[in-house]
Design a protein around this ligand. Structure first.
Ligand SMILES: [Zn+2]
Ligand SMILES: [Zn+2]
Length: 745
């Protein structure tokens, strides 16, 4: 091949691809994945990555030569690039967009860190072993002490040692000059896990009979090309089964990728993995580790020095070698899908493909599986269940507080008498309480009592939400803020009032009702401070908080045996969203949050406050009966051809001009329909719309959507993707494609 295709990270433009000539002397050494130096316009020599080779470049292009190969060890393989290419095709986006999000940009510019290490010399050892007095050796008493400490540490980073033994560089220099210690300049990996370095390695737990049976069953399925699903109720002990499987895989010389839906959960998980398998073999990957750490982990992954990689969504793109098992825990979580910007990928879909590449099994786990995952596992005979809690602790059965009955007598119409009593009982008994309110802010909308006008964001077609902390109205879509107007912008009346409840209001009310209890709130508004979320959860874990009020964030993974009461302030919230996944999401949230109660030796209680006690998804969440929920839900999905009976592809056209956005959407829908007819696909490719999106305007852009229900699997997908490739649009129209969207709002 004559030319190399390289990617260059251009400031302000992101990653772009270019072609360069391969000089003769590089022909035999150049490989995809290598970092190279290339001339680039007025910028002079810049860093680039080789991503492919070609014999031809378009005519008329003057191709320059690659200047130098920076590092002979490639940072990714051809196989890896193939996966990215596949993802770009599946999500109807271009390769560079996927590459951009998969490979941390700064890897291209950053270099590894070289650090000084220190160790004791034989001469230093002699002094210690002959037990001489400091005076005899011509050094101070303190210096002798330091020498003793260094002997204990062995070879160690100089910086670390200076910190540990509270000494200075000057002192260390003197010891070096006397020939008692030796400095070495060498490469030391930054390991984000060093905070766990004092944790001793523990043996794996013995499995219970149920766990053992499931473990043996899954082992027999490890060659299955389809995902395996472990459906285990909350606190059933899924993790112990995972760990046992991990041990088998790493003992066989292969590696494990383990995904958790969120950074906080991935960190918790990594700590547990490090405890069981040692920090040397475990690494963590998520969007918040530093670029330097990413660079180091990336290199170690590529050199096959890591056996277990734990991480959040983006870890599915980390270049882990020789994969023998992929585990996705809490697989039902929406956080596995990147909603925006492109690539709008789902880590579960990528993981399935990755598993096929490595001929490794993909194991999904959840207490409330995604309806589609459950359907496929059931039909492929790949479903495993653990429907009792570990140690047979009973699942807390939720009780329903019908607010049609209790509403009026409640505190400010929101916290019912039964809930108040249970809170008092729990906290007075030294236990802890979780209160779920799945909306942030203080109220949910501000309305004029005279004319009924609701204050909307000027740029988005949704109500502004009052936030009591900053005393501002905020838009939850574009983050616009404004102060509360004195008069109604529509009729001029001053009768504006806040209605509905969010977490801030619940926090305020609970503090009013229980002034002596320690109450804290957790929602994404507190996340502006780094690690605030983890710190709050740690304090809750240590018993420093009596009542934790929060959004769905508190429903996830929290394992505090001292929590005996979970209260859901408004259990109806999620179910009323106009989306085909609303019942599923509502069911999952209520079941997960109920699972936080009574995980230890104390019996748990769960209270759902609702105005809709008869709704089916709500009834099944109450009994935590997944199978019953699934049976009803799957019938509805089949009737309306929703996933798993079709694949949804959503196309959104938006523009600052309402009319032009609608016109483009209509044109595209029309062309799509014509093509579908021409190919005879009409029956299997249903096109709905265009219709204005339920949230018709975001950030000043009017939005129209076309929904495609594809019942032709790969063939239908290829058809749509080819069609979209040919679409050209005027500059003022934006097109977004979302394959398998999380919602259709
Ligand atoms: Zn008004
Ligand atoms: Zn807005």
């Amino acid at each position: 091949m004559k030319y190399a295709t390289v990617i260059i990270n251009i400031k302000g433009l992101g990653v772009k691809t270019f072609s360069y000539n391969i000089p003769a002397e590089m022909e035999n050494v150049i490989q995809a994945g290598q970092a190279v130096l290339v001339p680039f316009g007025r910028r002079g020599l810049v860093n680039a990555f080789v991503v492919g080779f070609t014999d031809y470049v378009p005519e008329g292009i003057r191709v320059k030569k690659i200047n130098k190969i920076l590092d002979e060890t490639p940072l990714f393989s051809i196989k890896y690039l193939k996966l990215l290419e596949w993802a770009a095709n599946y999500y109807c986006t271009d390769f560079v967009t996927v590459l951009n999000s998969a490979i941390p940009l700064k890897l291209i510019e950053k270099n590894s860190k070289t650090e000084m290490s220190v160790e004791i010399t034989p001469m230093g050892e002699q002094i210690l072993s002959f037990g001489k007095t400091p005076k005899e050796c011509g050094i101070t008493k303190r210096q002798l002490e330091i020498l003793g400490q260094l002997k204990v540490f062995g070879k160690i980073s100089l910086l670390d040692f200076e910190e540990q033994s509270k000494t200075t560089r000057a002192t260390m220099k003197k010891l070096e000059e006397s020939g008692l210690v030796k400095f070495n300049l060498e490469y030391i990996y930054r390991n984000p896990l060093t905070i766990f370095k004092d944790i001793p390695v523990e043996p794996l737990y013995e499995l219970s009979d149920v766990q053992e049976e499931v473990y043996q069953g899954i082992k027999k399925k490890l060659r299955s090309p389809n995902p395996i699903l472990l459906h285990g109720v909350t606190a059933s002990g899924k993790t112990e089964v995972y760990f046992k499987l991990i041990k088998d895989v790493i003992d066989s010389g292969k590696n494990v990728l383990f995904l958790a839906p969120e950074i906080a959960l991935a960190s918790q998980l990594t700590k547990r993995l490090a405890k069981k398998f040692g920090i040397k073999d475990v690494a963590i990957w998520h969007s918040s580790i530093s670029d330097g750490e990413k660079y180091d982990v990336w290199q170690r992954l590529y050199k096959n020095e890591i056996k277990i990689l734990a991480g959040a969504r983006s870890a599915v793109f980390a270049p882990l070698q020789n994969i023998g098992l992929i585990i996705i825990d809490e697989e039902h979580e929406g956080a596995y899908k990147q909603a925006s910007p492109a690539p709008r990928y789902d880590a579960r879909v990528i993981a399935k493909r990755l598993a096929q590449f490595h001929q490794a099994p993909l194991l999904l786990g959840s207490a409330t599986p995604d309806v589609s995952s459950y359907y496929y596992a059931l039909n492929n005979n790949n479903l495993f269940q653990m429907l009792k809690r570990y140690n047979n602790a009973p699942l807390a059965k939720p009780e329903v507080v019908n607010m049609q009955e209790y509403g009026k007598a409640s505190y400010r119409g929101i916290i019912s008498k039964p809930l108040q009593t249970e809170i008092t009982d729990a906290v007075e008994g030294g236990k802890q309480v979780i209160l779920l309110m799945n909306r942030r802010g203080y109220s949910t909308y501000t309305q004029c009592k005279s004319c009924g006008n609701v204050i909307e964001c000027p740029d988005c077609s949704i109500p502004m939400v009052w936030h009591s902390d900053g005393k501002k109205l905020k838009c939850h879509y574009c983050n616009k803020e404004m102060s509360m107007p004195d008069y109604c912008p529509s009729c001029g009346s001053d009768a504006l009032s806040n209605s509905g409840s969010g977490t801030q209001k619940i926090e305020t009310l609970v503090k009013e009702l229980f002034p002596k209890y320690r109450v804290e709130r957790i929602d994404s508004d507190i996340l502006t401070k780094k690690n605030a979320h983890i710190e709050l959860l740690n304090r809750f874990q240590k018993g420093e908080i009596d009542i934790l009020v929060g959004t769905q964030m508190i429903a996830k993974g929290l394992d505090n045996p001292n929590v005996t009461l979970v209260g859901v302030i408004s259990a109806d919230t999620g179910f009323s969203v106009p989306d085909f996944r609303a019942s599923e999401r509502g069911f999952q949230l209520l079941t997960q949050v109920a699972g936080r109660a009574g995980r230890g030796e104390y019996k748990g209680k769960v209270l759902f406050q609702t105005y809709n006690p008869d709704y089916y998804a709500f009834q099944t969440a109450k009994t935590q009966d997944y199978e019953k929920f699934f049976d009803t839900e799957i019938k509805a999905r089949q009737e309306f051809d929703y996933p798993p009976f079709s694949q949804i592809i959503r196309i959104i056209l938006s523009s600052v001009n309402n009319f032009r956005a609608e016109k483009s959407a209509m044109e595209i829908a029309m062309r799509l329909n014509t093509m579908t007819e021409k190919f005879g696909f009409t029956e299997y490719l249903e096109t709905l719309g265009p219709t204005p999106c339920i949230i018709a305007k975001i950030n000043g852009h009017y939005r129209f959507q076309i929904l495609i229900k594809n019942k032709l699997s790969q063939k239908g997908h290829d058809f749509v993707s080819k069609f979209l490739n040919k679409v050209t649009l005027p500059k003022d129209i934006r097109l977004a494609v979302d394959v398998d969207p999380l919602d259709i709002l």
